[in-house]
Structure formats: C-alpha cells, structure tokens
Design a binder for this molecule. Sequence first.
Ligand code: GCB
Length: 607
Amino acid sequence: MANKYLYPQNSATRQVVDLSGMWKFAFDFESEGDVKGYKNGIPDGILLPVPASFADFFTEKLYKEYTGDFWYETEFYADIAWADRDVDIRFYAAAHVAEVYFNGEKVAYHHGGFLPFTINVNKQLKYGVPNRIVVKLNNELSHTTLPCGEYKVLKNGRKLTAPYFDFFNYSGLIRPVKLVITPKNSIVDITLNHRTESKTAYTDYTVETVGAGNVNVEVYDEKHKKVAAVSGNNGTVEIKNAHLWQPLNAYLYTFEFTLSDNGVIYDKYSLEVGVRTVKVVGNRILINETPVYFKGFGKHEDSAVCGRGYNLPFIKRDFELMKWIGANSFRTSHYPYSEEIYQLADREGFLIIDELPAVGMLVSTRNAVDAATAAKIKPFFEEEIVQTVTLKNHINTLEECVQRDKNHASVVAWSLLNEPDTTGSEKAIPYFKALFDKCAELDVQKRPRSFAHIIASQPDKCLCTHLTDFVMLNRYYGWYLLGGYELEDGFARLDEELTKWDKTGKPVMFTEYGTDTLPGLTRLPAIQWTENYQEEYLEGYHKIFDKHDCIMGEQIWNFADFQTTEGIIRVDGNKKGIFTRERNPKHVAFGLKKRWDKLPVNYKGNK
Ligand code: GCB
C-alpha cells in the first residue's frame, strides 16, 4: 500500500514511533550531493532539530536565505515484532520538494511542502542494524511550484528567493516524521458524510481496508455510552436525538472502527467525529441549517526560531487567544496547516476555511501593492506550463488536502487559491473550472468552494467569481491605497464596491483587511502605522460590513505579526497582527473583543 491516509494513532493494533530530534543536515551549495552519494549518508552533517525550518537557527545570511538542495539524515532500529506488519515512514510535511532514500534506495518523490506522505519500507527494512533515512529537499520557487515565485542568481553564484507572496519561504522538515506500524489486515481510509432529519443524524460512511476481515462500527457519545452500531465496509450510522457539532459549541462522538474475522481483531481505528451539515443558501452559509457569521483571522504558522516549524505550545496559545477575543473561525492562509490544529479546532468548535498553498499565482513580488496601483503585470495563466504542469501539481495538492482533511467537522469550506490573477487572461477560466470541478468531485460533503479575491478582482472585472459558492475578499482601501488622510475616501470606495457585491446574491466574506501597526506607536491625530490608526481603520470597516446584507464574515489580516522577505515595505516582517509575533495583544484587540463578544453566531441570520 503506497499511501495510508489516516492520521497515525496508537491503538491495541497500531504503533507510532516519533523520529523527532536532532537529525544530520547539510546544505548542498554546488548540488553535488547526488554524485557524492549522500543517499548513503551525509559525510559531514551538522545537527539540526526536526521538526523545524532551518532558516532562523543560523547567524549567517548565506544559510538563512539558502535556496537550493539540502539534505537531512537519521537512523533508527526496527523491532523484530514488526516483521509481520507494515512499516511506513510518514512525513507530516517536507517543504517543498522531497526525494527520500531508505537504506540507500530511492523510495519516494513528493512535491509540495504542506501535506503528508507515507512510504512503505517493508522491503528495505533491516533488523539488528541501523536503518538510515536520507531526505534531499529543494526549496526553489517557480511558476509550477505551490506556492509560486522565482529566484535569481547573485554575482557570487548564490541563489536569492523571490516569492510572489508575502511570507518568508521557510522550508525543511517542518513537521514531524514518524514510523507507523500497522497490521497486514488493516483499515486504510474512512470517509464520512452527514445529514439530519429532525432530531436524528445519519452519517454515511465508507471504510477502505486491505487484507481480510469485516468492518464493524460502534459510536460512543461524550459520556462513553454506545449510541449506534453497524457492520459493513459502507453503510449509514443512525444517531437518535443527536448532539450536533456547533460553532464554539463542539460535540464529538467517538466512532470506533474494527476490522475482524470470527472474533479475531486485526485492526482498530477511532475517530472523533463532529456531526454537522454545511451548505450555501442564497447569500448565507448555513451550518446545521442555521446561518453563521464568521469572526476571526487569516493566520500563519509562524514563530521565532522555529519559523514555520510545528510548534504545539504556540498552537495552544493561539486557540486560547482566539477564544478570548471572541473569534469563531480562521483561514489556513496560505497553505494547509498541521493536522493537530484541525483536531483542536474540531474540539473547540472553530470553523476553518482550508486553503491550498496556491498563493503567488500573480507575477509580482509585491502583489497587494501592485494590484492596488494597477501595475502592468504579465498574465500568469497565459503560460503553457501553468496550464499543464502547475495545474497538475495544483490538482494533486487538492487531492491530498481533501483526502487529509475531509472528515474534520471544523473544515467548512475550501479556499482553492489566494489572490490569483483573475483579470489578466481568459485562460484563467478553464484552469479554475478544472480545479473547482475536481474539488466538488472529491469532497463527498460538497463543502462551499472559493478563492481569495485580490483588489483588482472587482465584481465587474473578475473572470472567475461565477465558479465560486461564496466570495472571499482581501481589501486594503485605507492602507495600500487611499490611506492616511484619504482614509474616509477609502471607506467610501469600500462601501461602493460592496453595493456591487450585494447584487451578485452570493455570500461575501472578508478574508483580509488590516493595517501594519507598530506596537506602542500612537499619535494624535492618528497616522499610518500607529495603534490608533489600526483602530480607526477596523471601526470604519466594521460599520460598513454591518450595513451590507451580503457580508457574512470578517476575518482580519492577520492574527499575529509574521516574518516575510526583507524589503522596503516591511519592518522585520508583516506587522498587521492583532497580536504581536510573541502573541501579546495590540491595543485594538480589546475593542475587537467587545465587538465580537456582542455579535451572535447567527448575526444577520434572520431576514
Ligand atoms: C495580501 C496577501 C497576504 C499579505 C497581505 C499584506 O493581499 O494575501 O499574504 O500578507 O496582503 O499584508 O500585504
């Protein structure tokens, strides 16, 4: 079995071995690792923590900015008890392109830095001697990578990354690597879809298995009471008087799947399941048939030193801050996040707009500024290679993402791209159509699909809005244009634009709006970059949102300050956070909390 999709778990039949720790590491400035046989072991590797991105460990720029091939290596001993089982190596994410060698043999190639892949190593596994994993990674950006960008070669021969997006191109083994040991007869995939009829919930399920055995499903409520039991690889679980999973009021049933034969248990896997429905009706998104108003943020996985590395303490802190401020949702801008974030969102009742790493599909290193000033930009979707290779990579990534995240109650919508060029060329249309159709085909729950519209993608100009189920808007009137003393004109422009979106009849959600703000800087009257300017800007936006019926969500850019490429419009990163990078509140956080604590979850629900 090439890829086992389920999130690894320990159970009576399964074992997970974490390979986190110090790995050997080497930069490969001259791309000579292949000819020098690094696949059999890195000769002079330094030690580096896994999981983490490598950039922020070093004091030399040459390493921080490193672009090209780089290598990781570790070893482990196999337990003889695994001899009659399947042994897989699971990379939770490897940014961005990975080639994996196991005991000297190439066992995998994976494109894309934010989704897991699993490699079966039964054939190569040795007992009694160390087993060696070597990974060759590459972090160069191009028009076919997700995210997109380019690099240039400096006079000294070093490569400089030029992302078409506004976050640091952190890379490396950014999430855990684990061994997953499963029985030969096992459960490999589970797909759930829910519907409700008065007080009864029906969950249609499909279980994919390998080897022998029959499937049984038992469902337990939060008090560990059995509430349903069925048999078969697919069928329907019926729960009477069901507790539905609600925003900020989660209820999770435990679905226990057992593969067995005549009383012999081969495999067991359990899932925490929130039963809920999602659909779009008119200009509303309904969860369990009730309109929901989204309050929250676009975020990043970003923290000092770890970079984009998996950081469980920050994950926990972020949820506590989001609950404190009255948020109920976030977008995984601009890539699928660590799986543990979705698990916590399921538990806390947060709504997630799950975004693919399709950011930078606009040929510009300062997208928001260029789009705001209507700079002439070479149309991205005109390129032949985009229509072929990029689209193929994009669809693979979509498949992996839906596959990974399909059963999470928290995932209520898909964002298939961030700020693509949807005005430059009609060739965007077939590209988007292929993507949107594929998403509907893959997702049995048929969650609403969209993409984040850049300012140039206006209601009368965007060629692709008609393919969306709801509209996501990133707008910076009052910042990148009409800022400072022109702020009132900025609000007027926003108001005018929303009047046009109102007429489309679709739900419209703000997925970005905000101002760079230096904590501690205040002036009277307010000027750009001050804390009180951030407050005036957000208050102005919110007044306008409250006027327009189509607006059914506000997600501010950004939850916290985050690192970007250096440059003249960024001071040590993007400072649009409501919290600092250390997760301390800026002044605006307190006013925002007042607004969000007051807004009911079904705000604008009753027409
Ligand atoms: C955007 C991008 C986001 C940037 C933000 C900004 O439109 O989607 O990635 O960070 O603007 O602050 O410029």
